[in-house]
Design a protein around this ligand. Structure first.
Ligand SMILES: *Cc1c(COP(=O)(O)O)cnc(C)c1O
Length: 368
């Protein structure tokens, strides 16, 4: 048996003909930039995310840059975020000239530790970027409270959490702006790069729509220095066909998670993911804490079980941020977690047989 970490073939098998049809409509119209499928998909996504405005853009990374620009974050402003996330979260802060200020995580959910935020606030702090890691929302109730108290903006990097919820609210719609990524391995993946901003504010939506076309309004009159960052019509066409399946896919991931919880017991060297009582995860990843992680990784790969380490090195100790002056040991929880995490297959089309195989191989590793 062979169980990959993700199998896009299985996902596309039944829907590819519909996608090809929709893409052909784009070819027929040659309306490649901001064609009708863009508005259609934006409307559907707004509906799905229970959010007033959705602004499609070129990637999840650009969505973060657009969000920061819309909130007027610029040179020398400080933005607080988690050190344990995909690089883009902090990269976007640097890209607008601001300074990422890294905070440690909770050892169980791997999300931003709200208790650590206040100590990181200075007179230069303008915003917090919360990340909903692996599909589980961060503790948005506490984060919003701190932001309100200190008059800070909140961006939710929801690249991994489309459709997740915290306290009943859809992730990405709780702060000022939420961002989505449609990178192919996310729960809703395009056939290339694509992203989106979510907001309930009319003013921020207007600004975001302008920023994605060089800050112009009207045409050739530039109010801001924006980006060229639209979602391609072809990607919107793909996503428009896929979105109606998303809830079913995420529900299947939750069922797969449940199967692991019920059947991967009795391996003391493994800790299964912890989900906060107020959170509903979409399980973009199913991430274990494992003893002898690196050896387990090698063993599973040799035995045809797909797995990966997200992420092997927290951001505060990355070479490109050396100028910020952090050193090893500054954010110890994230540094320890980075040594232990391993993500195993959780995608919707997994069968119980395949999950049994994954469990058996992990058991085998620790028995020897
Ligand atoms: C994927 C991801 C991004 C970036 O998305 P792209 O579409 O690849 O630019 C940003 N933040 C997080 C947490 C991600 O997982």
């Amino acid at each position: 048996m062979n169980v990959p970490l993700l199998d896009l073939n299985a996902q596309y098998a039944s829907i590819l003909p519909k996608i090809k049809q929709e893409i052909e409509k784009v070819f027929d119209s040659h309306h490649y930039i901001l064609g009708p499928q863009v508005k259609e998909f934006e409307k559907m996504a707004a509906n799905y995310c229970e959010c007033k405005h959705t602004i499609g853009c070129a990637s999840g990374t650009d969505a973060l840059v657009l969000a920061l620009k819309a909130l007027d974050i610029k040179e020398d402003d400080e933005v607080i975020t988690t050190t344990f996330t995909f690089f883009a979260t902090a990269g976007a802060i640097s890209r607008v000239g601001a300074i990422p200020v890294f905070v440690d995580i909770l050892p169980d959910t791997f999300n931003l530790n709200p208790e650590k935020i206040e100590k990181a606030i200075t007179s230069k702090t303008k915003a917090i970027i919360a990340v909903h890691l692996f599909g589980q929302p961060a503790e948005m109730d506490k984060i919003m409270q701190i932001a309100q108290k200190h008059n800070l903006k909140v961006i939710e990097d929801n690249a991994q959490g489309i459709g997740a919820r915290f306290d009943g609210k859809v992730a990405g719609t709780i702060g000022d702006i939420g961002t989505l990524s449609f990178f192919p391995s996310k729960n809703l993946g395009a056939m290339g790069d694509a992203g989106m901003c979510l907001t309930n504010s009319d003013d921020l939506a207007t600004k975001l729509f302008q920023l994605r076309v060089h800050g112009e309004n009207p045409r050739y009159f530039h109010k801001w220095v924006g980006l060229n960052s639209r979602i391609d019509t072809i990607q919107a066409a793909v996503l428009k066909i896929k979105l109606p399946y998303l809830e079913k896919w995420s529900e299947k991931r939750r069922q797969n998670a449940k199967y692991y919880y019920e059947n991967m017991t009795n391996i003391p060297q493994i800790k299964l993911p912890f989900i906060h009582e107020k959170a509903i995860s979409i399980y973009n990843q199913f991430t274990l804490l494992a003893e002898k992680r690196d050896e387990l990784l090698k063993f599973l790969r040799k035995n045809n079980v797909g797995c990966a380490v997200y992420y092997p090195k927290p951001l505060h100790v990355q070479e490109c941020f050396a100028n910020l002056g952090y050193k090893s040991g500054d954010l110890p929880i994230a540094e320890e977690i980075a040594q232990k995490v391993i993500s195993i297959p959780i995608y919707s089309e997994l069968t119980e047989n395949m999950q049994d195989f994954v469990i058996k191989k992990i058991q085998e590793f620790y028995e020897n």
